[in-house]
Design a protein. Sequence first.
Length: 181
Amino acid sequence: MEYKIVFAGVTGAGKTTAIGSVSEIDPVRTDVRNHDASLAKEFTTVGLDYGEVALEGSDRLRLYGTPGQTRFEFMWRIVSQGALGLVLLADNSQDGALDAIDTYIDGFSELIDRTACVIGVGRSESHSEPGLDDYADRLAERGVICPVVPVDVRRRSDVLMLLDLLLTQLEMKTGTTDELF
Ligand SMILES: Nc1nc2c(ncn2[C@@H]2O[C@H](COP(=O)(O)OP(=O)(O)O)[C@@H](O)[C@H]2O)c(=O)[nH]1
Ligand SMILES: [Mg+2]
């Protein structure tokens, strides 16, 4: 069984890093030199990131990172096809981190309604506002139920925790209780 998981979030939230932290194959990256002066970043992802994680038996996770900028919204829908869950990453050091969540909740609403979602908030130790509760409140206002956890996606264990939270929700939905990790 293969599970397709989508990573989303603003540029710099750590999608490329997260997939690189856990992938057991050399991740496929399509980062190019950034020409967008509003982004303080040398490289940015215009296409997709791709990585894989083996689960027990022959099960496997296929991880897809989506481009962050909203002008690539058309790709969000393409990548969401057949996916089983969404990992949404936030960067608490960026202005408007909370509002950015709305953008992706809207852009990935079909996937979220159909499957499961988890929110990983990065840089929350150095930037405590907005708090994790604020994220949870915003989601509740939108009628979205999903866990919100602090992460440092440079740590493999943190990214595995996000995937585990996602798979646990899927197991509850599908009724299977097999341990996947
Ligand atoms: N200090 C700090 N840096 C982080 C954290 N998460 C990610 N980063 C760094 O932020 C950058 C994120 O860039 P990238 O993965 O390309 O983000 P993407 O645009 O979402 O693909 C990388 O240089 C990471 O090492 C975090 O929790 N703390
Ligand atoms: Mg990237």
